[in-house]
Design a protein around this ligand. Structure first.
Ligand SMILES: *Cc1c(COP(=O)(O)O)cnc(C)c1O
Length: 414
């Protein structure tokens, strides 16, 4: 018998140290190893409790181990896991119907992540432009500081050079313009542009909402030149901003929308939504992926969309958001030397550090974590909060209490 497959592999003791020994070192995970979670509560290997204001980077919006999702997934697990795209399945048909009904879109394509959803969107936009206008129309315009995923195409489209360095040669005819700058967009969106891709609120880039006039200008320039407007709603979508998709609170309708993260609440799924006319530029064999629209993922996503796309649910997201913003306003007033003005939409919130503390966001979140509050950063200078959308008033108050204690400890040591 293969010694490596000897009994005990599923139960052998593992620690954070094991990560450094057997994982490719692409991440620097926290010192604690979470072992179970429910709602916004997380427990580590020592059974220490944490209040989760990250939801796995805007993913587990309905909370960890959501009972409705556990039940739906368990039923599906006992019914049908996977047959591949040579067959369709009932959950994916229901999911596509629900998304088409709820959005501008007429058609959906499913994959397994945000990067793949953007990869599909960018490929579709190129195919559309090539067929309709000719191969000269291939340029892609994206924003500086944007994030669109880690495949070679999406990382090249993303506006953060540190993520492409060393991976050259990169895909061609991609240009980056400053976010929220209408004149730069006007100058860049010319006849050779196939697509403009934009996050309606930049997440990884520092939690920066797009101005409505800016998004409307992108729409206008795309219409003038025949370019497609792609909204990357991988982070902003599925209720995060208090609308099912963030575009719904803007005056703009995109041609293609990408969704992932919260769509599966932690079960991997990505989606690209588009119109009938554009969808017809992909045909059988143009694009695909083995797991895309798999019954397990589709079942979870269907239930997620069903639960989140309710007026009362989305109204509560905006109410919870207002409570957190009120707390942060008091916090920044109490510590003006440490913080700038909080920004964001719904429950995607950024708290920038003031000039003298730039680069220290991670130091603050590390102390908060030690005190039992999990937070994110968005770049080195911004603390990011993205709690589950079901966060209670009591949890909002508790997070405020811990963050204040963490800030005091941080300042005492600074
Ligand atoms: C997280 C994210 C992605 C990438 O999604 P993955 O599932 O990690 O591939 C793309 N775009 C935005 C805006 C994101 O926040």
């Amino acid at each position: 018998m293969n010694a490596k497959l000897d009994s005990g592999v599923t139960t052998r003791p593992v620690t954070r140290q094991t990560f450094d020994e057997v994982l490719v070192p692409t991440y620097a995970p926290a010192a604690m190893v979470p072992v179970r979670a429910a709602g916004l509560d997380v427990w580590d290997q020592e059974d220490k409790h944490y209040l989760d204001f990250t939801s796995g980077i805007a993913v587990s919006s309905l909370g960890h181990a959501n009972p409705v999702l556990v039940d739906a997934l368990t039923k599906q697990i006992n019914t049908l896991w996977h047959l591949g795209n040579g067959y369709t399945n009932e959950p994916v048909l229901r999911l596509a119907s629900a998304l088409v009904e709820a959005t501008f879109a007429d058609r959906a394509f499913f994959c397994n992540s945000g990067a793949e959803a953007n990869e599909a969107a960018l490929k579709l936009a190129r195919k559309y432009a090539h067929t309709k206008f000719g191969p000269h129309k291939s340029r892609i315009i994206s924003c500086l500081s944007s994030f669109h995923g880690r495949t070679l195409f999406t990382v090249s489209v993303g506006g953060q050079p540190k993520y492409t360095e060393g991976f050259e040669p990169l895909p061609q005819e991609i240009n980056h313009i400053p976010y929220n700058d209408i004149e730069a967009a006007r100058a860049a969106i010319l006849d050779d542009v196939a697509a403009v891709i934009v996050e309606p609120i930049q997440g990884e880039g520092g939690v920066i909402p797009g101005n409505h006039e800016y998004l409307a200008a992108l729409r206008e320039f795309c219409d003038k030149t025949g370019a497609l407007l792609i909204f990357d709603e991988v982070q902003s979508g599925v209720g995060r901003t208090g609308a099912l998709y963030a575009y719904m609170d803007t005056p703009v309708i995109p041609d293609i929308l990408t969704s992932a993260k919260a769509l599966g609440n932690g079960y991997p799924i990505g989606a690209m939504l588009t119109t009938e006319e554009i969808a017809q530029h992909f045909n059988v064999g143009s694009h695909g992926t083995t797991y895309g629209g798999n019954p397990l993922a589709a079942t979870v996503a269907l239930n997620v969309v069903e639960m989140i796309n309710q007026p009362a649910f989305l109204a509560r997201v905006k109410e919870a958001s207002a409570k957190i913003f009120a707390n942060l306003e008091k916090l920044t007033a109490d510590y003006p030397q440490l913080f700038g003005k909080a920004r964001g939409l719904g429950l995607l919130i950024g708290l920038p550090l003031a000039e003298g503390f730039k680069g220290r966001a991670k130091d603050v979140t590390k102390i908060a974590e030690k005190m039992g509050l999990m937070l994110l950063i968005a770049g080195p200078d911004v603390i990011r909060m993205a709690p589950a959308l079901i966060v209670s008033d009591a949890q909002i108050a508790e997070a405020d209490r811990i963050l204040r204690a963490a800030v005091d400890e941080f300042l005492a040591a600074a």
